[in-house]
Design a protein. Sequence first.
Length: 141
Amino acid sequence: MKLEASVIVPTYKRGKMFFRCLEFLGRQTFPKNKFEIIAIHDGINCEYNSKEINRLYSKLKNLKFFKVSHRGVASARNFGIKNSKGKYILTIDDDCRADKDWIANFIKYMENNKNFVAAGGTTKSVTPKTFIQKYISFKGA
């Protein structure tokens, strides 16, 4: 079966946020056998131990985990894209939490708008750091 989507998740030394992001991706309503999660740790010296990685694999059967030499988030994201098999590519940062219908809504939107080649959506910072992020979180945007 052809995969409908590949979700690319680059990370670097942000274990708790990274695992939380993957947890939310595991809650997607979109059928698990129709998308893959490609997680890329941007650095060979990964702080996650094999026990934690195995726990991820046991919960997320559609997960692929890679370690690459540290070259930055763009390089890690590009590595994930090159290793993806989905019809659509979705990217998410490791500090984000995807709504349970995130993938389903994206696929539906793209299928209904065949002339589009890209789409974006609303994001909220989990840990607002800048004045703008704090303001948006405060206003409830």
